[in-house]
Design a binder for this molecule. Sequence first.
Ligand code: SAM
Length: 388
Amino acid sequence: MKPAGAWPEAGPDALAHSARLVRLIAERIGAAAGWLSFADYMDLALYAPGLGYYAAGARKFGAAGDFVTAPELSPLFAACLAVQAAEVLAETGGEVLELGAGSGRLAVDLMRELARLGRPPERYAILEPSPDLRQRQQARFAAEAPEWLDRVCWLDRLPERITGLVLGNEVLDALPVHLVHWQGGQLFERGVVLAGAGAAFAWQDRPLAGSTLAEAARNLPVAAADYLSEVGLAAPALVGSLAERLVHGMLLFIDYGFPRAEYYHRDRATGTLMCHYRHRAFDDPFYLPGLVDITAHVDFTAIADAALEAGLEVPGYTSQAHFLINCGLLERLHALEPGSLGYIKHTAQVQKLIQPSEMGELFKVIAMSKGDLPAPVGFLHGDKRHTL
Ligand SMILES: C[S@@+](CC[C@H](N)C(=O)[O-])C[C@H]1O[C@@H](n2cnc3c(N)ncnc32)[C@H](O)[C@@H]1O
């Protein structure tokens, strides 16, 4: 269903593209005896080869796309991350591995800033499942930082052993989630079915029992009689795989989300699923699949638990605002000439990064580490509130 209000129309090519993806998903629903889990639907809508939102060619990031991420918003974001990255690399040597590098903005800026700090990594590896985004990242390095191309590489799978820093900005929220309905003391999984001949999609709940998902859902602190939310299995699984491979170093993830008690609070009774299209946010994931981003907030307790289970420590969890300020964001801003155009532009961007009503509070940063490392600079001061 088209969300209400003024709405930018998709062109005929884009609509034809979405229609092809709808047909593919409809076939998969048929092949799955008429019912597809929402996690499988989301996986196809975002990553179906050649058709999914991230797998196909449309512009996603920045003013001309669907949403703006922190590295696209301001180069000071990468400058601050570089301070934390340099601290880890000084202790471990080794590499930076960035997951889901999007347009490549963070990779280019971070590599340059690490070089400026005298800590360029031996290798900057990128794991990017989208062939289209991988091409964009390669083109960006070739155009903007060709001097670093010999240290950058693109991986098809996780390395067996990792020493250094693993980084992911807004990656965990892009991983498929299941939808679970707690109703009258029973558990149901919400899936996708075909609603009639036009291949329109509809929701259908079915009882949930005897699976990893059922066990995960049963352990959540849901106290309401009728409650719908997401359960993400893919994000903790990814963190668990990274943790098993980490020899010495840190996993650092930045994303929007909450600790578990807040995530599954009784007032959040319809979950956090959200779609983005041309800077509009809405909650119908059946609208124009393939053209629309689908995302869910991150349960940071699940992320920390996955790391702890694999033997890592969790030395840091805080808001994006605290992290960036601890990494010197305001000093970087004040180093600019007050009143200059650059100062005014950067001040507006910094406000978006740290104001509680913008990205400062909803976005969190979590550090998970293995082996000797100093207490991470990004989490040292000022935060007495955020706990997992
Ligand atoms: C919302 S975008 C964020 C892009 C970029 N990090 C930024 O902040 O602008 C999500 C990214 O995660 C990638 N991604 C999805 N699943 C992934 C996985 N399993 N491993 C690594 N990257 C993944 C997507 O292809 C996409 O590049």
